[in-house]
Design a protein around this ligand. Structure first.
Ligand SMILES: [Zn+2]
Length: 73
């Protein structure tokens, strides 16, 4: 379990990581701020604000990629 301190409000949240690294969206459970975060070696190395529209776009992109993957199998 990885603990993330929300860059906006400072409240700690947690997420489970498969690897020690992660790049992707994070939503604060307290203030609902959205960020794209980058974790390396269990440390948050970078973050930038993410808009709802951008998140939706990313999720749809991922859905498409997953679909394509299934087709290839
Ligand atoms: Zn927050």
């Amino acid at each position: 379990m990885f603990t993330i301190k929300c860059p906006a409000c400072g409240v700690e949240g947690s997420m489970s990581l498969i690897d020690a690294g992660y790049i992707g969206p994070y939503r604060c459970w307290s203030c609902h701020a959205l960020f794209t975060i980058e974790i390396k070696n269990n440390q948050m190395t970078a973050y930038k604000p993410l808009s709802e529209e951008e998140l939706k776009r990313q999720q749809e992109l991922k859905k498409l990629q997953d679909k394509n993957k299934k087709r290839e199998e």
